[in-house]
Design a protein around this ligand. Sequence first.
Ligand SMILES: Nc1ncnc2c1ncn2[C@@H]1O[C@H](COP(=O)(O)OP(=O)(O)OP(=O)(O)O)[C@@H](O)[C@H]1O
Ligand SMILES: [Mg+2]
Length: 287
Amino acid sequence: MTENFIEMKNVSFKYNINEDHCAIKNVNIEIKKGEFVAIVGHNGSGKSTIAKHLNAMILPTRGRVFVGGMDTHDEDKTYKIRCTVGVVLQNPDNQIVSIIVEDDVAFGPENLGIKPEEIRKRVDFALKSVGMYEMRKEFVSRLSGGQKQRVAIAGILAMNPDCIIFDESTSMLDPKGKNEVLKALLDLNKNQGMTVVLITHFMEEAVLADKIFIMKNGEIAANGNKRDIFSEFSLLESCNLSLPQPAKLISSLRKEGMDIPQNPLNKDECVDILDKFLSSKLRANEL
Ligand SMILES: Nc1ncnc2c1ncn2[C@@H]1O[C@H](COP(=O)(O)OP(=O)(O)OP(=O)(O)O)[C@@H](O)[C@H]1O
Ligand SMILES: [Mg+2]
């Protein structure tokens, strides 16, 4: 087994074997245990197709996918792979099956045939991890979108996976719900060592990740650490992706002729960069 936890090696996939069109082409992805990775790209660029490969929902037409050293082509391993990698979908309503919060979270482990006392432990742990323990007896129908999505995440956590994939899981939520879910997944990654794959259109979310893959027309157009990727303004534009707001502001100022050298990833960095830039200009009497 290699040190990579997840590997896609030269993976191409066709939904319809009789057509030329590949949903993804020659995709190579390596993810280490405990990493936080974002996959971004325009509509139809192949993000969900990648997600489906990572928990053996679909198998490569060409190439290989390994999860924890297990080849997804190996049918004996399908069940283990699906327990290892959990996927949280876009719409929590498609993932929630029970009326009461804690019953919903228990549903997955019950189906795995886990003993009741172990299920109780897992459900409590999962609900606490996403800040929903106090609401465990609540009707799911009375929850907000963000709360429902956190229950869906708890349902996956209760299956005890090593990796969670969020496929546009915040796109249907209002800003408060989005923040709740992002906070929960950052906590899972930083404090519980969970490997996280965040699939998103939102650059403000992608900057939370350590490593970023940019998809364009089924291929990886670029990958690297977020600071490098978010410095590639023209590349992002050519992939129909917007810059995070702070980077957009600095980019506009540069177009106006201000020679600001650094690229911010967030609001605080942006304020800091502007403060330093303006101070140096004042000192040099250039303002
Ligand atoms: N079930 C399917 N049957 C046939 N073609 C499909 C199917 N699902 C996706 N595709 C095609 O595969 C390509 C990649 O789709 P995919 O859903 O992976 O993209 P995506 O990046 O997740 O898009 P979105 O941002 O809209 O979620 C697209 O051309 C899409 O039309
Ligand atoms: Mg998708």
